[in-house]
Every structure is written in C-alpha cells, then in structure tokens.
Write a protein that binds this ligand. Structure first.
Ligand SMILES: *[C@@H]1O[C@H](CO)[C@@H](O)[C@H](O)[C@H]1NC(C)=O
Ligand SMILES: *[C@@H]1O[C@H](CO)[C@@H](O)[C@H](O)[C@H]1NC(C)=O
Ligand SMILES: *[C@@H]1O[C@H](CO)[C@@H](O)[C@H](O)[C@H]1NC(C)=O
Ligand SMILES: *[C@@H]1O[C@H](CO)[C@@H](O)[C@H](O)[C@H]1NC(C)=O
Ligand SMILES: [Zn+2]
Length: 444
C-alpha cells in the first residue's frame, strides 16, 4: 500500500506534466478488490451500436469461477448471448428461485463531452468512478457478484436457487434479449418467484424500488385526402384532418403535462405524449416544398408512455381511434412498438405493500441500514416488464444512496464509497430473499 504511494510521488517529482493525467482515487478505494473488479468490468466496452459481449462474458465467467457459481450461456440469437450463473439452494422442498438480473450492454457515448475517457473507469480523489455503465447498470451486476462473494466467504448457503442473469440488448428494446428469454423453456425451468432488476440510485439517500413501469407505445397516424390547389378550401383535406388531430392531441397532452409542471404529479403518474415527427408536403427537385399544392397525405409519429393504471390502454385506444385518427376523417394509425401489456391490455405491476412477502423481505433488508424503502413507478422500460408479464414479482432496485441519477448521461459516475455500502445492502437483500422458506407465492 505504502510502496505504491511512494512510487507515485517519486514519479510525479520526475514528471510534473504527468500529474494531470495521473489522477488517482483515494488509496483505500484504489486498493479495494471489490472496486478493482468493478472498474475492470467497466473497462469492457459493451456500448451500442456494436456491443461485443464476448469479452464481458469471459470476464464474468472468470468471476463466477472464483466465487464458485456454475455458469452456462444461452444464445437465442447469434452474438446476443445470455450468461446464467447459478448457486443451488439447499432446500429439500421445491422452492421457486431468486433471479438477480442486469444487462451487459450500455448506451453509446459522445466521447468529446466526457472529462475522462468513458471506458477507462477513472477514479478521482473523491472516489467518483467515471464510466459509461458505472450506473446503468454494470454497478448493479457487480453488486450482485460482490454480495454473493461475501456470502460464500461467510459459509452462508441459500435455501432457494439463486440465478444471476446477464442479459444482452436491453438498451435497444430487448428484442433479441429478454423478449427471447422470458417465454423460453430454459426460463420456465428457472422457476422464478422473484426477479430483482435495475432501479435508480437516490441522491437524497434512502432507497426506492420500482414495482412497475410505464408501457411504451410508438404510434404513427396519418391523414389522407385530395391533393389540390393551394388557394382552395377543400372539405376533409389531409392537412385539415391532421390539424384537428394535433389540436386534440395537444389538449390531452396539456392535461397530462400541467400537473407535472406544477409538481402535483410525477412524470411516472401521467401519460407522456411527445411528437417525434411530422411528415408531409410535395417535394421540389431542389429539396424544398411546393407551396401552392396541398398535400394528399400527412403523417405524424408519437412516443407515448402509459402509467400502469387499470384500464389506461383501453382508454387510450378509444381516444386514438375516435379522436386522434378516426376513420371518418380519413385517418389511419398503427403502432411501431406496443410493449408491456398483458393479453387483457393491462400493464402489470408487482404489489408493493405488506400483502406481498417479497416486498416485506426487501423492506426488512433495507431497514437493517436504518433506511426507508419507497415504491416508485419507473418512467422508462426495463427487462423486469417481461417477468411481470408472466406474473412473476419483479422489483427494480439499485441500493445506492447519495449519488445523482446519471443513466445515459455524459460523465456518468458511481461513487466508490457508496458502491461499497451498496454491497452490504445487497448481501442483506439476497439473504432475505434466498432464505425465505415459503409459502409458494405468486404475488402479482
Ligand atoms: C414468445 O413471445 C414472443 C412475443 O413476445 C412470441 O413472438 C413468441 O412466439 C413466443 N414464444 C413462445 C415459445 O411462446
Ligand atoms: C396510412 O396508415 C395506414 C395504417 O398504418 C397505412 O396502411 C396506409 O398505407 C397509410 N397511408 C399512407 C398514404 O401513407
Ligand atoms: C436512524 O435514523 C434516525 C433518523 O435519521 C436517527 O434518529 C436514529 O438514531 C438512527 N438509528 C440508528 C440505529 O442508526
Ligand atoms: C459492510 O459490512 C461489514 C460487516 O458488517 C462492515 O465491517 C463494513 O464496514 C461494511 N462496509 C461498509 C462500507 O459499510
Ligand atoms: Zn439499464
């Protein structure tokens, strides 16, 4: 420990210009093996659009071997592997398993906006570790492994099987990821009772867990009509019909936006509707538009996020069919994406109160740290939605306090000290979940 510091000071004496690039974290963190392993994982570039999962899997299999977890990979789509790690439970009874899920991929970076290279896992003197994925969500994956490592070292054994799932492609909609896994026979064989998936850190301290999330719809509507001279009022022109719809959509949007801006509601509690594009016009050869011709078709695309409120999908479907794109105004619509709904058109939410033993167990673990646990609907999608669609309880929780929420942000970082605290919370949660003797419950 000492030697390392001496060598560094000596080097700095010889090379003043190096001192700026030779940033170093606090000695206790630099020397901490959990921090070193976390930073090693962060240095594996798994960013879209071309995540190479091979090196990540190699690293993780190495971790599993060290800890003593069995591993296997599942490849539903070539080059889109899942890695599964398993710790068999000791129960004689057939108890359903505990799944610890995280995705290996990360979103792209705009490198010139980063103060430190995003795949170097630079640690500053306050213990902040800068890297893409340092929050979303490589931190959580490494918390699971560090937690399991401590439990192994203690001689603890789970009653229930624990499966650590490492998923591909979450950040691009999971089409080749969880959407392939969740209804596979391999997944059914895991026989999960509870899925722990990604949540957010809390800048203010204490912990939040996501029992559900908003459903994602990408809607395209269009209006068609006679094209004609720019000087005439036609009945039912494409533009006129689209304008009526845009007015209706905007009125609805205002009704959802106002309570958020006034602080009455959070974005997670309302329907979010945002315009993605408006497409129309009669092109001219030079790339412009002909002004004296009314177009025969106008198209618009919207990103819509629905909160998990009973009946909301039916309500929105009716609104879209009757007000936003009604046939009697020569309008039509389709969805590019419409995910997170059950067969009954509902958005599943896990029960986050004392009637659900999995919630009680989570709260019990958290209370050992004198902290509170608050349920909060996630504003965007996670892989947990697939588990909930099967009726499996799923909570999204990142047991990290006092770190700002920086998912997908430039200069995303994790605080090393908070990460170490998070390992202890993770140990407590895994202990609660995997030691829970029963009964068999499906609490969704
Ligand atoms: C799994 O679900 C997808 C849609 O999410 C569906 O296309 C596929 O047929 C399902 N597979 C099985 C085995 O049920
Ligand atoms: C309008 O939308 C409908 C439904 O998506 C589609 O079938 C149709 O081709 C579209 N019409 C035009 C002119 O783009
Ligand atoms: C728990 O937190 C409360 C409020 O911050 C504090 O008053 C109390 O002393 C803490 N208890 C323990 C055991 O740390
Ligand atoms: C984690 O728990 C261990 C054992 O109780 C304790 O010694 C250690 O200080 C804790 N670490 C942190 C960062 O709180
Ligand atoms: Zn994520």
């Amino acid at each position: 420990m000492k030697l390392g510091k001496l060598r560094l000071s000596f080097f700095l004496l010889l090379c003043f210009s190096c001192s700026q690039t030779w940033g170093q974290g606090p000695e206790d963190l630099e020397d901490n093996p959990s921090i070193q392993r976390f930073r090693d994982y962060l240095r594996i570039p798994t960013a879209h659009p071309n995540p190479d999962y091979g090196p990540a899997i190699d690293f993780l299999v190495g971790q599993a071997n060290e800890i003593g977890l069995s591993t296997r990979t599942l490849e539903f789509v070539p080059k889109k592997p899942f890695l599964l790690m398993t710790w068999k439970g000791s129960s004689e009874q057939k108890l359903q398993s505990v799944i610890l899920n995280s995705h290996m991929d990360v979103v792209p970076v705009e490198e010139d906006k980063w103060i430190y290279p995003p795949f170097e896992a630079h640690m500053d003197e306050e213990g902040k570790i800068f890297a893409r994925g340092s929050q979303d969500i490589k931190a959580l994956g490494m918390l699971y492994l560090e937690g399991l490592r401590i439990l192994k070292a203690k001689g603890w054994t789970p009653l229930r099987d624990i499966h650590v799932v490492w998923a591909p492609d979450e950040e691009i909609g999971s089409t080749d990821g969880w959407e392939r896994l969740y209804n596979s026979t391999e997944f059914q064989e895991l026989d999960a009772a509870i899925v722990w998936d990604e949540g957010r850190p809390t800048p203010e301290g204490n912990y939040v867990a996501h029992p559900g999330e908003k459903a994602l719809w990408w809607l395209v509507i269009n209006a068609t009509g006679e094209s004609g001279h720019g000087s005439i009022y036609y009945e039912n022109s494409a533009s006129e019909n689209m304008f009526i719809s845009l007015n209706a959509i905007n009125t609805f949007r205002d009704s959802q936006k106002s309570p958020v801006l006034s602080g009455e509601k959070t974005i997670a509690e309302v329907v979010a509707v945002n315009s993605a594009y408006l497409k129309s016009g009669t092109p001219t050869p030079d790339g412009g538009f002909t002004i004296n011709v009314q177009p025969s078709v106008v198209e618009a695309g919207f990103d819509i996020r629905l909160p998990p409120v009973t009946g909301i999908a039916k309500f929105m479907d009716k609104r879209i069919a009757e007000e936003w794109a009604p046939k009697n105004r020569n309008m039509a619509f389709h969805f590019i994406e419409r995910s997170g709904l059950t067969k009954d058109n509902e958005i599943p939410v896990s029960i986050a109160d004392d009637s659900n033993p999995w919630w009680v167990l989570l709260r019990t673990a958290i209370s050992k740290f004198n902290a509170t646990l608050t349920p909060e609907i996630a504003p965007a999608s996670t892989d947990a939605r697939f588990a909930r669609l099967l009726g499996i309880t799923a909570f999204g929780i990142m047991p990290i306090e006092h770190v700002p929420f920086l998912f997908h942000a430039d200069n995303e970082f994790m605080n090393g000290y908070e990460f170490l605290k998070g390992i202890n919370v993770t140990v407590a949660i895994i202990d609660q979940y995997a030691s829970f003797p029963g009964p068999l419950v499906s609490a969704l």
